[in-house]
Write a protein that binds this ligand. Structure first.
Ligand SMILES: *[C@@H]1O[C@H](CO)[C@@H](O)[C@H](O)[C@H]1NC(C)=O
Ligand SMILES: *[C@@H]1O[C@H](CO)[C@@H](O)[C@H](O)[C@H]1NC(C)=O
Length: 223
């Protein structure tokens, strides 16, 4: 219901601006809206540092309703030399109530209040065959400035990856298009879900990536 309403609104924008170069802008807006609607559970994690606020990591909102899972690096005291204290989901801000280590690799961020945004399901110990196609998404930027300060891109982007290798706690993947950058750290690796409660199953969280922003590069997800 919700996504078709947005789609109809998108068509209305296209019809309105087919003459002139506003058409490109409108198409761009529609694409952005569709992507953000596709991943309503993606969370931007913000760090207060001496350089100001840095949106330095990504996480996934999951059940129960006020819990975000991410990589352990993202909840550590040393992340970006700052303190993780603000989270943004669907452009709404939340304060951080608590940070918890869940496993050697995974951390949880508990928000100060519940959110009604849609959740992702988490597959524990996923059995994922080699060559499975999965999806990644995040706001990570690739400009030199972004690499230095870890600041985040304004636009949410998604990319397809292929699973190369699955071991005890890691999934290695290769991107087929764009690859993640710094601020995508902690962000989810996901496959479509059959569960009506969640569009995607999260099967891992980004630990590291070679060559930010380049196609056919390699990443390691942890679970
Ligand atoms: C969320 O917090 C950021 C950083 O403080 C701020 O720039 C933004 O305006 C806030 N957004 C809302 C909707 O309050
Ligand atoms: C995965 O795909 C590659 C390239 O298409 C193929 O060579 C390989 O045999 C596949 N591996 C498995 C386990 O299906």
């Amino acid at each position: 219901m919700c996504s078709s309403a947005i789609f109809v609104f998108g068509i209305a924008i296209i019809l309105h601006v087919t003459q002139g170069n506003l058409g490109d802008i409108a198409n761009h807006l529609i694409q952005k809206r569709e992507i953000s609607n596709q991943f309503p559970y993606l969370a931007k994690l913000g760090y207060q540092t001496k350089f100001g606020l840095i949106w330095g990591c990504t996480g996934a909102l999951t059940f129960p309703t006020n819990t975000i899972l991410t990589a352990n690096f993202c909840i550590s005291q040393k992340a970006y030399g700052g303190n993780l204290n603000i989270v943004q989901i669907e452009n709404r801000n939340y304060s951080v109530l608590e940070k918890k280590v869940v496993t050697d690799e995974i951390g949880a961020v508990i928000l100060d209040k519940n959110t009604d945004s849609a959740k992702a399901c988490i597959l524990k110990n996923p059995s994922i065959p080699v060559n499975t196609t999965a999806i990644i998404a995040g706001w990570g930027g690739m400009s030199p400035e972004n690499q230095l300060h870890g600041t985040i891109n304004k636009e949410l982007a998604e990319s397809m990856v292929t699973v190369l290798e699955v071991s005890k706690q890691t999934i290695k993947v290769q991107s087929t298009s764009d690859s993640p950058c710094f601020a995508d750290r902690g962000g989810p690796l996901q496959i479509p879900s059959k569960d009506p409660e969640c569009r995607y199953n999260v099967i891992g969280f980004l630990k590291e990536w070679k060559n930010c922003g380049e196609p056919n590069s390699f990443g390691t997800y942890i679970f």
